[in-house]
Design a protein around this ligand. Structure first.
Ligand code: ADP
Ligand code: MG
Length: 290
């Protein structure tokens, strides 16, 4: 009878927007204690719009956007896509780009028209010891904005801030998890203020920010301590090791191939709320099998 039950619940799952890749892990979802969510593209739509272009002294807004637009034209990151949309909207002319180097979870480095350009996170600025106006940065980040810094030959050319939107379904899923006694946690590479802005809006139990891609899976290991069952929901290349390390890896359907190939369950409609369906269905499957 077991294969029949499995077949039925697989089609029920499919009808509910779930693609199950690992049935055993899926069924274990009924006992999950903690669900860890990636921020960008998971709890938020991952659709950034540029809100602020703040050139350094002696640099024009157009010059700053030209450098950032040209550099980011080579990247698939949601921040890059937002900057590219802004460049296109302002009809900025692209400069030739060579030597593209992705600094995963930190930004990128390229040669733009012979100039060494880097577009990087605040954490990377601190690491490199490049000074910037902390007050301006804090003011932007406090509003939940993601802030990147544009460097030319190591010198700051300006700041570009972007805003993303929290998915409306994120509020519902976090509230429902709380009701079931399941902790909702965020793990993000974004700056701590922007991360806490989203964390506060959603009333998350814990927020881990400025986490480098290589460190995401270590956080999952730590959260599993004390025999806690941990699920991870993510969309990015940088989330894949964490999805693998979690007891249950869940990928956003619109996410990257690497995330989808690593996950146990895929949210076909890219709706984080479908995590609740996983829990409901895993409970139902279990009841049928005993
Ligand atoms: P998340 O965990 O939210 O998906 P990432 O690990 O992809 O975030 O990125 C972390 C941070 O690295 C970003 O908030 C940004 O500061 C920086 N970053 C990543 N990619 C880029 C890029 N293409 N251009 C500029 N900055 C980037
Ligand atoms: Mg993401």
């Amino acid at each position: 009878a077991v294969p029949l039950v499995n077949a039925v619940s697989t089609s029920i799952a499919a009808r509910n927007g779930l693609l199950i890749r690992n049935r055993t892990q899926f069924e274990e979802a009924r006992t999950v204690d903690r669900i860890v969510f990636d921020k960008t593209g998971t709890l938020t739509e991952g659709n950034f719009g540029v809100t602020d272009i703040l050139p350094a002294a002696g640099v024009s807004e157009k010059e700053l956007l030209t450098l950032a637009y040209s550099a980011e034209s080579q990247s698939e990151h949601p921040i890059a896509k937002g900057i590219v949309r802004k460049g296109e909207a302002d009809a900025i002319a692209l400069l030739p780009v060579t030597d593209f180097q992705n600094l995963t979870g930190q930004g990128l480095q390229v040669t733009v028209d012979g100039m060494q350009i880097a577009v990087v996170s605040p954490g990377t600025m601190d690491e490199r010891g490049v000074a910037y106006d902390k007050e301006t940065f804090a003011g932007l980040a406090q509003q939940g904005k993601t802030v990147v810094f544009v460097l030319k030959e190591g010198l700051l050319q300006g700041i570009i801030a972007s805003a993303d939107i929290i998915r409306s379904s994120s509020h519902e899923v976090v509230a429902a998890l709380k009701e079931q006694g399941i902790e909702a946690i965020m793990l993000t590479g974004d700056n701590s203020r922007a991360a806490h802005y989203v964390g506060d809006q959603l009333e998350l139990a814990q927020v881990f920010s400025e986490v480098l891609p290589a460190e995401k899976s270590k956080h999952i290991t730590a959260l599993k301590a004390g025999n806690k069952k941990v699920a991870m929901v993510g969309d990015g290349v940088n989330d894949a090791p964490a999805l693998a390390e979690a007891d249950l890896g869940i990928a956003i359907g619109a996410g990257t191939d690497v995330a989808i190939e690593t996950a146990d369950v895929i949210l076909v409609d890219s709706n984080p709320k479908d995590v609740l369906t996983i829990i409901t269905l895993s409970k139902a499957t279990y009841r049928k099998m005993v």
